[in-house]
Design a protein around this ligand. Structure first.
Ligand code: NDP
Ligand code: PYC
Length: 348
């Protein structure tokens, strides 16, 4: 694993990185509630070595603010309670992260009270990984899933042109001891951010990730970004991605990925749409069956690991432990990005 100060890499503390990123976002005019929430997910991504949603995303956030495609001064608002199991937060055109932080504690309370509940976030701009949200909820003792559309950059299985988003889907199960069980993935073969990082590194894409603007298979990241990514698992990923368009777009009265791209007019800015998070109380579901859902889940996880398979998020948790010990490791490009953005903020 990385160690601090090895060639091309530098260690920063989480607090230092938080302060530096937050200062850049505040200087760009982001409301303090939004700046803090956005910074938390960027720092968490760096701590967990999820580079496609870490420091690399700051410039996209700034571009989106400068283009006026996110309401920088917005504060999220809890909407009136029409149904107790549907918590609604309107992000009021701001980033999704502060809206999630506002609604999530109530979501967990309602899930514990009623067995399950949903958090609907409307009118948000979204760029982040979903696992920080899932881990927030598992820490409160509920199982949870989260999903959202994105903008149209993925061709449906059997199709050739962008229609679906990279539509992330995440799930978490709370564990009494240790880290929760969490997975979080794009429903495309990979997140678009990964393709962008490969483009910057001058590397080729593996076969089967993408098609070019003519719908022909490509290994060139540039052509893939201009064309379309493919869904993971062929028709299966395509169907899950379509489900996300339906539930977290159409059902919650918000934008689909193609509507979002049409409204945004660019894939270089963060897209606007909604998000759906559903939380479950395992105890409430298992209650009348007299079987402990947590000990049974542990047996399942042990059986998976017993075959030599790793649980999802284990890489992240190992990276987090490393960051806690040695600091968060930024490469030269990330360090230069931070310094350059700070200098630009100072000139504002
Ligand atoms: P990956 O394919 O890298 O990882 C997906 C999940 O699978 C992770 O939970 C990962 O855990 C786990 N995993 C990976 N390899 C294995 C393995 N060998 N065995 C068991 N589990 C494994 O992620 P993606 O590229 O699909 O997505 C990256 C991020 O992008 C996500 O956080 C997602 O939320 C975000 N995203 C956000 C979008 C948005 O619109 N906001 C759009 C699309 C994606 P681990 O991390 O430990 O490797
Ligand atoms: O990495 O695919 C992605 C992505 C799109 C929007 C935010 N992340």
């Amino acid at each position: 694993m990385n160690t601090p100060e090895t060639s091309g890499r530098r260690a920063v503390t989480a607090t230092e990185l938080f302060d530096r990123v937050e200062a850049i976002l505040l200087k760009a005019g982001l409301h303090p509630v939004q700046a803090a929430a956005v910074t938390r997910v960027i720092v968490a991504a760096e701590a967990d070595d999820c580079k496609s949603h870490g420091v690399y995303r700051i410039e996209g956030v700034l571009r989106t603010i400068e283009a006026g495609k996110v309401k920088a001064d917005a504060e999220p608002a809890l909407m009136p309670d029409e149904k107790p199991t549907i918590v609604r937060v309107n992000a009021n055109g701001g980033f999704s992260n502060a809206a999630f932080e506002l609604g999530a504690p109530l979501l967990a309370d309602r899930a514990k009270e009623y067995g399950m509940a949903a958090l609907v976030i409307n009118d948000c701009t979204h760029f982040a990984a979903l696992w920080p949200e899932i881990e927030f909820l598992t820490a409160l003792g509920v199982a949870a899933m989260a999903m959202c559309p994105s903008y149209a950059t993925v061709a449906p299985a059997g199709g050739r042109y962008p229609l679906l988003g990279t539509n992330p889907f995440a799930f978490g199960w709370p564990r009494k001891n240790g880290n929760p069980y969490v997975f979080d993935f794009a429903t495309s073969v990979v997140a678009r951010g990964e393709v962008e990082l490969l483009r910057r590194a001058g590397k080729k894409l593996p076969d089967g990730w993408a098609v070019d603007p003519d719908g022909q298979p490509t290994n060139d990241p540039e052509a893939a970004l201009a064309g379309a990514l493919l869904p993971f698992g062929g028709h299966k990923g395509s169907a899950i991605s379509t489900m996300i368009e339906l539930l977290a777009g159409i059902m919650i009265g918000d934008l689909t990925s193609s509507e979002s791209l049409e409204q945004l007019g660019s894939t270089t800015l963060s897209p606007s749409h909604g998000e759906l998070i559903i939380a479950f109380s395992p105890e409430a579901f298992a209650d009348h069956r007299g079987r402990n859902p947590f000990s049974r889940a542990e047996a399942l996880f042990e059986a998976i690991a017993g075959q030599g398979a790793r649980l999802p998020s284990e890489r992240r948790f190992a990276a987090r432990a490393n960051s806690e010990k040695h600091g968060l490791i930024l490469d030269d490009t990330e360090f230069e990005t931070l310094t350059r953005l700070e200098a630009a903020s100072a000139r504002r």
